[in-house]
Structure formats: structure tokens, C-alpha cells
Design a protein around this ligand. Sequence first.
Ligand SMILES: Cc1ncc(C[n+]2csc(CCOP(=O)(O)OP(=O)(O)O)c2C)c(N)n1
Ligand SMILES: [Mg+2]
Length: 325
Amino acid sequence: MELSKEKLLEMYKKMVTVREFEQSLSEAVGSGTLPGFVHLGIGQEAVHVGVAYALRATDWVTSTHRDHGMLIARGADIKRCRAEIFGKADGYCKGKGGSMHLAAFDKNAPGCNGILGPSQTINNGIALALQRRGEGDIAVVLFGDGAAHRGEFHEALNLAACWKLPALAICVNNQYAISVCFDDACSIDDIAARASGYGMPGLVVDGNDVMAVYEAVTETVKSIREGKGPALLELKTRRYKGHFEGDPQSYKTPEEIAEEMKHDPIPIFAKQLVEQEITTEENLKAIEEEVQKELQEAIEFTDKSPYPSLEEIYTDLTYEERRAV
Ligand SMILES: Cc1ncc(C[n+]2csc(CCOP(=O)(O)OP(=O)(O)O)c2C)c(N)n1
Ligand SMILES: [Mg+2]
């Protein structure tokens, strides 16, 4: 592992933060304090953290309904993320975006997206702007295996390839689109194979191994920054919770769920860190306790924050206003 010890432990802390943040949302849905649809990324932390740490602060990331973790991994304030998801005035979007449209412009993260597909074409727009600026920054989009079957996927890859945009498309293949299993919805094994149809590199990566994700994204980004054009990565992972919080996943067998849990990215990374003598189990425990403290602060911050006033309905409607939030 060529990253410094501090960076590696920071990555571990981020993975645990994302997990615990999402877990606390699950509990809030269960107790009835968080209404509405929430899609949790529990099980996909290696994707969020591996991608985030391979990028630089001036790059951009757009994402999906399951990507609170992407923003947190990128450094977004968990207090403002949680407040946003609860519809509170101190949230990143003043409580008007919610879980599915959580955005953190201070982290070049223009948002999760509740509609499948458009983030891929939106990402091309960002990539075009970055290409014109000419500072070597890139635009990254995350989308699911289900979204990879929509028209926008093909349109976006084709245009990005024709214009050699500095764009990285990342398919987070968790094997399900709601209750539809990947094998029933796709005639090939890997979404990454579609890259050749657009004349760009396509790579399959173990999305449960944070270092594998980090390394693959780092290498790919290097080539994109050199002006070699866009690329497609497919990160194979699993989601441990249902499609939305409350979905009992009756479309998965208990054996399948047990098998998924064997590839939990957090214990995998913890084992790597201890076996390579980067840290000790006690240190990892201390990090986990720190996360619990920070999460508690985010919960208190959210509880104290008011709901937005009615007049707020008419503000932040233009792009310029949204950017200023
Ligand atoms: C255009 C559009 N069609 C349908 C939906 C309803 N929908 C929400 S999530 C989802 C499945 C998404 O699957 P995938 O892309 O694999 O992402 P995952 O939920 O697995 O992260 C669907 C069909 C939607 N949000 N937008
Ligand atoms: Mg999926």
C-alpha cells in the first residue's frame, strides 16, 4: 500500500463514518422519525471511499439515489448531510433536496439524483466545461447496473468518446435494480464490456476492496487527465439493505444474503490494515468510537435545526442561487 499510514486510516474512518451514518438513517426510518424513501448504500463503502480518495478536490462527482456516502467520502459535513436528509433548514440544500437530491457544491458534488440516467448526461456537461477550462480536472459519474440499461448511458458514453471529454463513468454493479437481478436484465456478464462499443477502455474491479477501487480509479484518472478521453469502470459490489429502507428483500434467498455478507468491505479493509502492520485492532476500535461521537453531534445538530420557512419555497430556484447555497 503506497498511501501513507495517515491516509489509510483516514480512509478507514470514512468507510466507518459512511456505514454508521447510513445505519443511523435505517434506525430513524424504523422508529418513524425519518419519513419518505431512503436508499442506503450499506455494503458499498469501498466504492465511495476508493473513488473519493483517487480524485483531487477540483474534480467533480455526480451520483445517484444511493450515494450519500459519496458526498461524505468526498469530505461533505455529516451534520449538514443529515440535516438535509431530514428536511431541515441547516441542511446542504436548506432542507429542500432531501436524501435523493442531496448536493454539496463546496465539495464539487452537484448531487445525488432521484431519476435514473440523467446524471450521466449531466456529467458530460460538467466534463465539457472542465475540458474548456483546460486545468486537467475531470468529471466522474456514479450510476447503478439498472441505470446502465437506459438510453442515457449509451448517449452519454458515445458523446463523451466523440468529444474526448475528461469524463469517468463508474457503474456500481450491486447485482440488483430494485428486485430485478442483473442476470435477468443483461445478456452479458460485464457492463464494462460495453466500453469497447464506444472505443474507450472498460475495466471490471472488485468493488468490495477499497484499495483495488482506489488503484483502478487512480490509474484511469491519470490517463483521462492526459487527454486520452473517457473511460468506463464497473465496480462489482452488493447492497446489504433492501432497495429502499423497509424493503424486506424477499427476492434474495437467505443463502445469497449470507454469501454477500462474507464480502463486507469494512472487515476486509480492517484485516488488510492489521495484517500489513499499518495499525492495530485497538486503534481501529478507537477510530470507530470517534465516529460514534461525531455521528452523535450530527444527530443533535439535526434535531436542533428548524424546518425551512414557507417563504423558502420561492428561493434557490435558479442555478446561480443553488450554487450560492
Ligand atoms: C427514469 C427512472 N425510471 C425508474 C425509476 C425508479 N427506480 C428508482 S431506483 C431504480 C433501480 C435502480 O437500480 P440501479 O441503477 O441498479 O441502482 P441501485 O438502486 O441498485 O443502486 C428504479 C427503476 C427512476 N427513479 N427513474
Ligand atoms: Mg443496482
